[in-house]
Design a binder for this molecule. Structure first.
Ligand code: NAP
Length: 313
C-alpha cells in the first residue's frame, strides 16, 4: 500500500530537521525519513563552538537532539529507514522506503548530506575498523595512551587531532601542503598543543599492519614527503582520515542535475532543483560552506519554497 504526503523530507541532519520545522509550521504535515545516521555528520562531532544559541558551545549530538526535538514538537513525523529509489519524472513524485513501501509526495526536500571520503590506499579497507577510521570522536577512545595520526589539513583534521591529543600520548597530523586550510583559531590551538606533531608536505602512501587469523592491527603509516620524495613509516596504532566529504546523491543521478563531484545543483538562494517541486538543502548541494548553520538555513529556505510551491500549484 502506498501513502501520499504533501512533503517528503529525505535526510536527518540540520537541513532536514530545519526543513521539518518550517514545513510543519506551514501545515504541510511533512514526513521525514531519517536514514542511516539520524542527526547527520554533527553526531560525530565532539565540540561545536560555532552554532548560534549555545554560548558555552555544546556537543554535536546534543545540538542535533535539540533540533530533532524541536521538529518533533511542531509536528514533523519521523520515520527510520532509507529512501532507496525515487522517480521524479512526473508529479506527484514516487519514492520507495527500504525498497518496499511506496511514498507519493507532492514535494520532496532532499537533505541527504555528505559522507567522509576515503583516501584509497592499498591496505586501507583491510584495516578499516581495525585501526583505520574516518571518525575520531567515534573511535578515538580505542586509542587511549597510544599514538595516532590524522591525515588532512581542514577543520575536521584539526578538530580530530585536538580531540585525539586529549586521549593519546602523541598525535601526528600529516598534511600534503605547508599551510592548513582549517580555521585560524583551531590552527593556533593545534600548534600550541605539545603532544601534536605536524608533518608538513607529506602524503600518505599505505597502512602498515599485522594480521594473525582474524585479528588485525595497525602498526604504522607509510608516508612520502612531496618535496624530497623520501618515504618513511610513522609508528602509530591508529590512522584517522579527514580529507573531506562526498555528497550522498547517488539515488538522484539522472533525475537531478549535479556537478562533477555529485553535488546537486540548486538555483542560488532558493533550494530549487531542475525538477519543479523537488528542493535540495544542506551539504548535498553545498560544495562551499558545509557548515551546520548554513545547512540549517538552507533547510529553512527549502521548507519555505516547498510551502510556496504548494500554494501556487
Ligand atoms: P576540507 O576542508 O575539504 O579539507 C580536506 C583536507 O584534506 C584539505 O586540507 C586537503 O588538502 C586534504 N586532502 C584532500 N584530499 C586529500 C588526499 N587525497 N590526500 C591527502 N590530503 C587530502 O574537508 P573537512 O576538513 O572535512 O571540512 C569540510 C567542511 O566542513 C569545511 O567547509 C569545513 O570548514 C567544515 N567543518 C567545519 C567545522 C567547524 O566549523 N567546527 C568542523 C569540521 C568541518 P588541501 O588543503 O591541500 O586541499
Amino acid at each position: 500500500m502506498s501513502e501520499h504526503v504533501k512533503c517528503l523530507i529525505i535526510g536527518a541532519g540540520p537541513a532536514g530537521y530545519t526543513a521539518g520545522i518550517y514545513t510543519s509550521r506551514a501545515d504541510l504535515k511533512p514526513l521525514l525519513i531519517e536514514g542511516m545516521q539520524p542527526g547527520g555528520q554533527l553526531t560525530i562531532t565532539n565540540e561545536v563552538e560555532n552554532f548560534p544559541g549555545y554560548p558555552e558551545g555544546s556537543s554535536g549530538p546534543v545540538i542535533m537532539d535539540d533540533i530533532r526535538n524541536q521538529a518533533l514538537r511542531v509536528g514533523t513525523e519521523m520515520r527510520s529507514g532509507m529512501i532507496t529509489k525515487v522517480d521524479f519524472s512526473s508529479r506527484p513524485f514516487h519514492c520507495w522506503l527500504d525498497d518496499e513501501q511506496e511514498i507519493i509526495a507532492d514535494t520532496v526536500i532532499v537533505a541527504t548530506g555528505a559522507n567522509a571520503r576515503w583516501i584509497g590506499m592499498p591496505s586501507e579497507q583491510k584495516f578499516r575498523g581495525f585501526g583505520v577510521s574516518t571518525c575520531a570522536t567515534c573511535d578515538g577512545n580505542f586509542f587511549r595512551n597510544k599514538t595516532t595520526v590524522v591525515i588532512g589539513g581542514g577543520d575536521t583534521a584539526l578538530e580530530d587531532a585536538l580531540y585525539l591529543s586529549q586521549l593519546c600520548t602523541k598525535v601526528y597530523i600529516v598534511h600534503r601542503r605547508d599551510q592548513f586550510r582549517g580555521t585560524a583559531a583551531l590552527q593556533r590551538q593545534l600548534l600550541n598543543t605539545e603532544n601534536i606533531e605536524v608533518v608538513w608536505n607529506t602524503v600518505p602512501v599505505d597502512i602498515i599492519g599485522e594480521q594473525k587469523g582474524f585479528i588485525k592491527k595497525v602498526t604504522g603509516l607509510q608516508v612520502r614527503n612531496v618535496q624530497t620524495n623520501e618515504e618513511r613509516t610513522l609508528e602509530v596504532d591508529g590512522v584517522f582520515e579527514a580529507i573531506g566529504v562526498t555528497p550522498v546523491s547517488d539515488i538522484f543521478k539522472g533525475q537531478l542535475d549535479m556537478n562533477e563531484q555529485g553535488y546537486i545543483i540548486t538555483q542560488p538562494g532558493t533550494g530549487r532543483t531542475n525538477v519543479e517541486g523537488v528542493f535540495a538543502a544542506g551539504d548535498v548541494q553545498d560544495p562551499n560552506y558545509r557548515q551546520a548553520i548554513v545547512a540549517a538555513a538552507s533547510g529553512a529556505v527549502a521548507g519555505i519554497e516547498a510551502s510556496r510551491f504548494l500554494m501556487e500549484h
